[in-house]
Design a protein around this ligand. Structure first.
Ligand code: GLU
Length: 275
């Protein structure tokens, strides 16, 4: 059975781009008599707000979407993320990184990836006794995935995308990504990969802006022995200037459109899904 999901972060109000993504996943599930799940990605306490979550649920229901089962909230599953981090650590695939954003930006040798500078690996070779001493001193640190080591363990990988076909994984594409943040117990890549597995998602439906993330997430699936979903990365809606929609395009927010008198059917059509 097909299981898809929509996984918004409650860091703002939904706009037409989110509506496109949600409808894309919902239609795919419903057309195949499958399940459509809703997950709230609220792992980042500094940016997520409960009032945004309520607004998301309200806007989706207004749009005519329904979801199966209960809503999964990442903030309620920290022990599961911790256990996955412990397994990765046991495999020797994590290392503590004490670099601040400023340190990373200042690293002249930082190689460039598709999403900007890639972490140059400054802390990868840190002697364990130095790392332990810094931890004991209370220096804040993140945990990074040693992507080269993980790639060696996993061997060659691919993922199946409905638009792009069978795609070879480039394990180092985004560098050694952070899996546990200094200021949050886990990171986007870890939580999303584990959740898709635990929720039995069979087709990950999301925007093409996350295509690069799939390379990392496929690697995490391999080393943790998780289920391997298919992927359907969809095109992104753009504003009049041809830029990807963002919170700045307030007028294209679902609540704003509703308040301006648009019907749910009109908004579904604007989001690319006429009835
Ligand atoms: N929470 C992510 C976002 O709002 C989406 C996660 C995903 O679909 O993989 O961008």
């Amino acid at each position: 059975m097909i299981v898809t999901r929509f996984a918004p972060s409650p860091t703002g109000l939904l706009h037409l781009g989110h509506a496109h993504s949600a409808l894309f996943g919902w239609r795919k599930a419903r057309a195949a008599a499958g399940r459509f799940l809703l997950r709230i990605e609220d792992i980042d306490p500094s940016r997520c707000r409960p009032d945004f979550e309520s607004a998301i649920l309200r806007d989706l229901a207004w749009l005519g979407l329904d979801w199966d089962g209960t809503v999964r909230r990442q903030s309620e599953h920290l022990a599961e993320y911790r256990a996955a981090l412990d397994r990765l650590s046991g495999l020797g695939l994590l290392y503590p990184c004490f670099c601040s954003r400023k340190d990373i930006a200042a690293a002249v040798s930082a190689p460039h990836g598709p999403e900007g500078p890639v972490y140059p690996g400054t802390c990868r070779g840190l002697a364990p006794e130095i790392a332990e001493a810094r931890k004991a001193k209370g220096d804040p640190y993140a945990l990074r995935l040693d992507s080269a080591k993980a790639a060696l363990l996993a061997g060659p990988l691919t993922f199946a995308d409905e638009r792009e076909g069978e795609t070879p994984v480039r394990p180092g594409l985004l560098g050694d990504v952070v899996l546990a943040r200094r200021d949050a117990p886990a990171s986007y890549h870890l939580c999303v990969t584990l959740d898709d597995h635990l929720q039995g998602v069979t087709v990950v439906t999301r925007g093409l802006d996350l295509f690069h993330a799939t390379h990392v997430q496929r690697l995490i699936q391999a080393v943790l022995g998780l289920n391997i979903p298919r992927y359907a990365h969809h095109l992104l809606l753009t504003n009049a200037a041809g830029e990807r929609l963002s919170k700045r395009d307030g007028a294209l927010g679902l609540a704003a459109l509703r308040d301006a008198g648009r019907s749910a059917a009109e908004v579904r059509a604007l989001a690319g899904f006429p009835d």
